[in-house]
Design a protein around this ligand. Structure first.
Ligand SMILES: O=P(O)(O)OC[C@H]1O[C@H](OP(=O)(O)OP(=O)(O)O)[C@H](O)[C@@H]1O
Ligand code: HPA
Length: 190
């Protein structure tokens, strides 16, 4: 059951600052360097590269990352959710699916805020492959450290930061629909 947003979270008493802004900025620049090296290879020149922001959580990270990417790309978005305003995930619901014409024969880059249990990104990756993408890569700002990952072994190609197995928010990630705008990453106190 969805809960109403709770504006009463006190960052100082209810949460721990787990990653500061400078560390996050450095990680984003480092990911961009790796992506520029990868997509700068000759096999991608004069190819159609489509970068998809996975809404809503991927918005902040995508915006920050795109500033540093130096290869030609088409920008679009997809929207699939599993958490709503809850702190545990359930079945994936698609709100905006990829356009088959955009995906066919394109190289796809999926950009998201967090790889948690991995089901969201795994499903989107699968959908893009089924629609005939030439290649599908994914990049996430954070990878939560726990053993509850996809059984298929699916994982993102590019990862910024590892985070502990706690509910986190900030940098695009919400707590009950709020706090996506924070430039640091916080974790709810246990
Ligand atoms: O790895 P998983 O366990 O599948 O979780 C990761 C996904 O969960 C969050 O999306 P959410 O469903 O909260 O939607 P939102 O981005 O709109 O907040 C996040 O933005 C990822 O897309
Ligand atoms: O820890 C999290 N925080 C915010 N959104 C999320 N979506 C999956 N895991 C998380």
């Amino acid at each position: 059951m969805n809960q109403e947003p709770s504006p009463s979270l006190n960052l100082r008493t209810d949460a721990d600052l787990v990653i500061n802004e400078d560390t996050i900025d450095d990680a984003i620049r480092d990911i961009a360097t790796r992506l520029n090296r990868h997509f700068g290879q000759s096999q991608f020149s004069h190819q159609n590269i489509v970068a998809y922001c996975i809404m809503n959580g991927g918005l902040y990270f995508s915006g920050q990352l795109l500033r540093y990417l130096d290869f030609p790309l088409q920008l679009s978005y997809l929207h699939a959710t599993r958490y709503g305003n809850n702190t545990t995930g359930s079945d994936l619901k698609w709100h905006t699916r990829p356009n088959p014409k955009t995906i066919h024969n394109a190289h796809i880059l999926l950009m998201d805020d967090i790889f948690d249990e991995g089901l969201t990104l795994e499903a989107i990756d699968k959908e893009c492959r089924e629609l005939g993408a030439k290649s599908v890569h994914s990049v996430v700002l954070t990878d939560k450290q726990h053993p509850r990952k996809p059984k298929s072994g699916f994982k993102p190609d590019f990862i910024g930061l590892e985070v502990d197995d706690r509910y986190i928010f900030g940098c695009g990630m919400d707590y009950q629909g709020l706090y996506r705008n924070l430039p640091e990453i916080y974790a709810l106190k246990p």
